[in-house]
Write a protein that binds this ligand. Structure first.
Ligand code: IPE
Ligand code: MG
Length: 225
């Protein structure tokens, strides 16, 4: 979800108002994804690197996360959306952490769609964490290094048990992965949208899905007959 700052800049507004506007896009995309029958929607909301932004911006983003968790819980539950929050959550301050726990607990069991909110997350940190978890199991004598294959490694990631993403949408026209799901994106289709996140709506989501449906996915093999 990129482009909140530029959206605000272009209007002569402070950056935090761009982030606030971005919440509407989250709502739009969650509802659009539900209507499109998408089973897993993952939003990169706050990266490990974002902790290095000015403290007032970090505070504003955490405030919005708390607000979102408290305000959307009931509606998401009603819609059958099961929310998971993935990342290094120990870095989040207690009040926000409690709000996060509330939305996770309050939506557990939803079967229409899984919504992953990636918070304090980066792909490299996730891979390192997995390496550490596996090394620990080897040290305990619970795992033989030769047993570490794709499946075992995937299980040590935050996304344990979930399919790899079919489609990655990057907003605001940037052509970068920016440390997102480095392991899981191996064969994901990329869609770069020029639209800034606060302007991104259901039509933009559907355009991305349309684009995806035209792709020929070969996973390194030859085209299917
Ligand atoms: C949102 O957009 C990303 C978040 C950290 C929430 P940005 O804040 O990166 O916006 P730009 O890139 O400055 O436009
Ligand atoms: Mg940005």
């Amino acid at each position: 979800m990129d482009g909140n700052g530029r959206w605000a800049n272009r209007r002569g507004l402070p950056r935090h108002l761009g982030h606030r506007e971005g919440i509407k896009s989250v709502r739009e995309v969650v509802e659009g994804a539900l209507d499109a029958g998408i089973q897993v929607l993952t939003l990169f909301a706050f990266s490990t690197e974002n902790w290095d932004r000015p403290p007032q911006e970090v505070t504003a983003l955490m405030g919005l996360l708390k607000l979102y968790a408290l305000k959307e819980r009931i509606e998401l539950r009603r819609q059958g959306v099961e929310v998971h929050v993935l990342g290094d959550l120990d870095r989040i301050e207690p009040a926000t952490r409690r709000a996060v726990d509330t939305i996770v607990d309050g939506t557990r069991g939803g079967t229409a769609m899984r919504l992953n909110l990636m918070i304090s997350y980066s792909g490299r940190a996730e891979v390192l964490r997995a390496a550490r978890l596996l090394a620990e199991r080897v040290r305990e004598g619970d795992l033989d290094p030769d047993e570490i294959d794709d499946a075992v490694f995937s299980e040590a990631l935050f996304t344990d048990g979930q399919p790899d993403p079919d489609l990655l949408i990057r907003t605001s026209g940037e052509h970068r992965i920016s440390n997102f799901m480095l392991w899981q994106l191996a064969y994901t289709e990329l869609h770069i949208s020029p639209v800034l996140w606060p302007d991104f709506d259901r039509e933009d989501l559907f355009a991305a899905v349309d684009d995806y449906q035209k792709r020929d996915r070969r996973f390194g093999r030859v085209p299917s007959a």
